[in-house]
Design a protein around this ligand. Structure first.
Ligand code: NAD
Length: 425
């Protein structure tokens, strides 16, 4: 088996770690390539009629690897979606489902929407939450119609990601009328799961507490936290840490940020964001993203988007540790600086896996029609996260590699085994 291509989709941090992990495990070069390279990429154009105008949006669906189970991954709607990013996010899902030991593979959908252009086209002023909602829902409705068959046959099971949420998932269910064809459905829709909405943030708060205890020798009570992003993940993560006594000293989003050295009142901020669509203006102490990354917090949690910590940003970080709530927030060169500076990092494939663990539960409950409680879902998330965290910490110490590398190596072993058993390689 040979790979001869010149596509810029394999130069990311995960690929670098897959390659080094694969070599440590004694895999052949072509076997490593087969794990790195996606099984299928679909490029599509959605032609959507929105509020009387027809608008076209490009999209990418990456079906990365299904050796361990159906392709699983969120639908992202954002203005910086591209092919390389979508492939990387799909690959991270393959690794995430493997380290979490759940029976899914990895996939991802990215739909590119230029919001500035949309506001101009419709003669509206940002931020218009209602307008954005209409656009997102319409886009997902068209997308669901286009790919109904692959959802209905459980080849690829989508979920929410940046820019989409439970309401969009209900539109997919409307098309398939199959509760197991999509996860992250809203309360009351056939097959919905209590706790799914909060699951990623809950899992991330849980792992931050473990990280504080086991790697930073600190209790969550009084620990200082800085968070980038206050959407689904960032807001629940902040809420659960706040309830456990942590001091959230800085939060930023796309429009601005807030700072309070005594700790931000998170329930009040959540209410403010519901009305205003941003954390900006919540208090007179504003904060830029740049300042957020250099706050002297115990833990820095990027929970917004990818590639925000490069080598330059990494040099300025003053936090004692980092938890990757967002997917791929630290670039490879950023990671090299962070490693040199001996700042421990909990990787995305562990830190934000609460969502896909809950999705596994939602999927299996949808197939069996058995109801469950939020507490049960949270306890499954804790068990899976704890196991992934402890295994990765152990291998990291044994092999003297960072936790991001050890988590990927454990995932790699499981993916390789499944691919071998299914004669994919
Ligand atoms: P969201 O759309 O609900 O919220 C994103 C937040 O990040 C918003 O506050 C937004 O203003 C902010 N943001 C976006 N770009 C930014 C930038 N350049 N600078 C500063 N702030 C910015 O998205 P989400 O669902 O909370 O997802 C956040 C991250 O977590 C993404 O990387 C996503 O892939 C990852 N993730 C989400 C889930 C999930 O269940 N939602 C699961 C796993 C991983």
């Amino acid at each position: 088996m040979n790979f001869c291509y010149n596509l810029n989709i394999d130069s990311s941090r995960s690929v670098y770690y897959i390659k080094s992990g694969g070599k440590r495990l004694g895999l052949r070069e072509e076997e490593i390539e087969a794990i790195v390279f996606p099984q299928e990429i679909r490029i599509f154009r959605l032609s959507c009629k929105i509020l009387g105008k027809t608008v076209n949006f490009p999209g990418i669906m990456c079906l990365h690897n299904d050796a361990r189970g159906p392709y699983k991954g969120g639908i992202r709607i954002s203005d910086d979606v591209d092919i390389a990013e979508t492939v990387e996010l799909a690959r991270l899902m393959t690794l995430k489902t493997a380290i979490s030991d759940i029976e899914f593979g990895g996939g991802k959908t990215g739909i590119n929407v230029n919001w500035n252009c949309m506001y101009e086209l419709y003669n509206r002023k940002p931020i218009d939450i209602e307008f954005e909602k209409i656009v997102r829902l319409d886009i997902v409705e068209y997308f669901a119609q286009m790919y109904r068959d692959i959802f209905k046959s459980h080849i690829y099971i989508p979920a929410p990601d940046l820019g989409t949420g439970p309401e969009e998932m209900a539109f997919i269910y409307n098309e398939t009328l199959d509760p197991a064809s999509v996860t992250g459905k809203p309360e009351g829709v056939h097959g919905w799961l209590p706790g799914r909405r909060e699951s990623t943030g809950y899992g991330c708060a849980f792992i931050t507490k473990k990280f504080l205890q086991e790697c930073l020798n600190k209790n969550v009570r009084g620990a200082t936290i800085a968070i980038q992003g206050f959407g689904n993940v960032g807001s629940y993560l902040a809420k659960y840490l706040y309830e456990d006594g942590a001091k959230i000293i800085g939060i930023t989003d796309s429009y601005g940020g807030v700072y309070d050295e005594k700790g931000i009142n998170i329930p009040a901020l959540i209410e403010y964001v519901k009305k205003n669509g941003t954390v900006s203006g919540f208090s007179s102490n504003s904060l830029t993203n740049e300042d957020l990354f250099s706050l002297p917090a115990d833990v820095l949690i990027p929970a917004a988007t990818g590639n925000v910590i490069n080598s330059e940003v990494a040099k300025k970080i003053r936090a004692k540790g980092i938890v990757e709530a967002a997917n791929n927030p630290i670039t490879l060169d950023g990671m090299n600086v962070i490693e040199e500076r001996k700042i421990p990092v909990i990787p995305d494939i562990i830190a934000n896996s609460g969502g896909v663990i809950a999705s596994m539960e939602e999927y299996s409950r949808s197939l069996s029609a058995l109801k469950t409680k939020k507490e049960e879902v949270f306890s499954i998330i804790e068990e899976k996260l704890q196991q992934g965290f402890e295994n990765s910490l152990r291998v990291s110490k044994e092999l003297n590699i960072n936790i991001c590398e050890s988590a990927i190596q454990i995932a790699l072993e499981r993916i390789y085994k499944a691919m071998k058993n299914r004669r994919y390689i």
